[in-house]
Write a protein that binds this ligand. Structure first.
Ligand code: NAD
Length: 489
């Protein structure tokens, strides 16, 4: 007879304020979206009062951190990267269990976060300023970067390690102190970064972490007196609210929000490559990338072949628990997100007709314990249909027919959003035409619309974004200000 195994206790993750792990009597849990019987972690639920304490600690730590030489700040970021690397397999698995993306996707994202810490660690020794000749004799002029102060960082669940990393690393290297508020469905990776920074020797108060309700913590961050800037990534509704509230205090803000990203496929494209790129961009990470393609705008001459090949390829995608080898598409992150996706599929059925493939929740072979939706392709979608206009944030692709390149450009740009956009073509002239006319902040050509690199500016235009770009050298423009100096000698 086998002896009953003791269940390991679910780990509890505290908030981090002024260099201390602070537990709260109120808690919340995260569950594995591939198997909702599994509680992944329990978190202390932070409050507005915790934000106040974190803001005071961050303000107190600011002078010391801001006056630490850049290379010294960089050394802590390098060490953080090393610590994350040592825990690579553990953190990647935690990401898959908490957010649902496949293990290879989680590893790719974690590697990117590590690269980001190393990139900005190096910025500590490079931090540029401006030095130009004065127009006056015996006058020396220059401008140096200085930090903004205490910065609030509010992050979404879909890139639970990369987005916190691409906000935290530049904020810290520029000499700011920070308060991080992660999304409640997947806070663990951001917590791991904070743990790594703690182990790497970040002085107390420089890094603070408060998890909890978006409404409460978000409002407290926007209203906390010491906070001078907010960087937010998430939905348009919350972004617009932050914009309004933060304007009252004239906070510096950076908002990265939703998208309705197009991929144009022209008749001269390599069909096989175009199909691979669109399927990758539409369905990988369960369509939950902000840069995912949700509209394929296909030139008439290649339309039928493209639809047929895309449906054929989509049907072969393996959906399941992202921890299993060979699985390509994981679950939606939670029940709310799954229901939103299913709601849009029903709207699509009514407006655009039966999908060419997919279109339902998957419940067979144990998938009923998770939030799985079949990768779904709608064809003959009209540009005015709801599924061609509103962000779905799930594995749903709308294929739209375009008469020619001009018509495709018009349809692609006819959206209030402007995050990413892609074209598949072998015509060099049309590539350049597209580059100068596409209304989006991130363009790809003969590549998926999703999949960006950390050493370049990142962000959208139009309603997708507000404020300076993130990542690459551009990131420092948000997290620092110039101090200009004139010296007569
Ligand atoms: P969300 O807006 O619901 O939440 C984002 C963060 O804001 C979370 O931490 C949440 O707790 C917090 N929040 C919620 N209410 C708040 C409030 N009133 N004040 C302050 N903070 C509050 O978004 P989500 O569901 O986590 O993420 C999905 C959305 O994010 C999609 O629209 C997607 O397009 C967008 N996104 C954009 C980018 C980009 O770079 N443009 C990247 C990733 C995700």
């Amino acid at each position: 007879m086998s002896t009953p195994q003791a269940q390991p206790a679910t780990p509890h993750f505290a908030n981090y304020i002024n260099g201390e792990w602070v537990t709260s009597s109120k808690t919340f849990e995260s569950r594995n979206p591939a198997n909702t019987n599994e509680v992944v972690a329990v978190y202390s639920k932070g409050s507005a009062a915790d934000v106040e304490k974190a803001a005071a600690a961050a303000a107190a730590a600011l002078p010391g951190w801001a006056s630490t030489p850049g290379p010294g700040r960089g050394a802590i970021l390098f060490k953080t990267a090393d610590i994350l690397e040592k825990k690579f397999d553990q953190i990647a698995a935690e990401m898959t269990r908490e957010e649902g993306k496949t293990l290879p996707e989680a590893k790719g994202e974690l590697q990117r976060a590590i690269n980001i810490f190393r990139y900005f660690g190096g910025e500590g020794s490079r931090m540029d300023g401006v030095m130009v000749p004065s127009e006056r004799a015996r006058v020396h002029v220059f401008a140096v970067r200085k930090p903004i102060g205490v910065v609030g960082l509010i992050t979404p669940w879909n890139f639970p390690v990369a987005i916190p990393a691409w906000k935290m690393a530049p904020a810290l290297i520029a000499g700011n102190t920070i308060i991080v508020k992660p999304a409640s469905v997947a806070p663990l990776c951001a917590w791991r970064i904070v743990e790594a920074l703690h182990e790497a020797g970040a002085p107390k108060g420089v890094v603070n972490f408060v998890a909890g309700s978006g409404g409460e913590i978000g409002a407290a961050l926007v209203n906390a007196k010491p906070v001078k800037a907010i960087s937010f990534t998430g939905s348009n509704d919350v972004g617009h609210w932050i914009h309004q509230e933060a304007s009252k205090r004239r906070l510096r803000i950076q908002l990265e929000m939703g998208g309705k990203n197009p991929t144009i496929v022209l008749g001269d494209a390599d069909l096989k490559m175009a199909v691979e790129n669109v399927v990758n961009a539409a369905f990988f990470s369960t369509g939950q990338k902000c840069t995912a393609t949700s509209r394929a705008i296909v030139e008439d001459s290649i339309y039928d072949k493209f639809v047929e090949a895309t449906v054929e390829r989509t049907k072969k995608l393996k959906v399941g628990d992202g921890m299993q080898p060979g699985v390509e598409i994981g679950p939606c992150v939670d029940e709310g997100q799954m229901n939103t996706v299913l709601k849009y599929i029903e709207i699509g059925r009514k407006e655009s007709g039966e999908p060419k493939c997919g279109g339902r929740r998957l419940t067979e072979n144990g998938l009923d314990k998770g939030y799985f939706v079949e990768p779904t392709v709608f064809a003959d979608v009209k540009p005015e249909h709801t599924i061609a206009r509103e962000e779905i944030f799930g594995p749903v692709l709308a294929i739209i027919r375009a008469k020619d390149f001009e018509d495709a450009m018009k349809i692609a740009n006819d959206t209030p959003y402007g995050l990413s956009s892609s074209i598949q073509t072998s015509n060099l002239s049309k590539m350049f035409d597209y580059v100068y006319r596409a209304e989006a902040g991130l363009l790809t050509i003969n590549l998926p619309s999703a999949g960006v690199e950390y050493q370049l500016p990142f962000g959208g235009t139009k309603d997708s974004s507000f404020g300076p770009k993130e990542q690459g050298p551009a990131a420092l423009d948000f997290y620092s200000d110039y101090k200009t100096v004139y010296i007569k000698y």
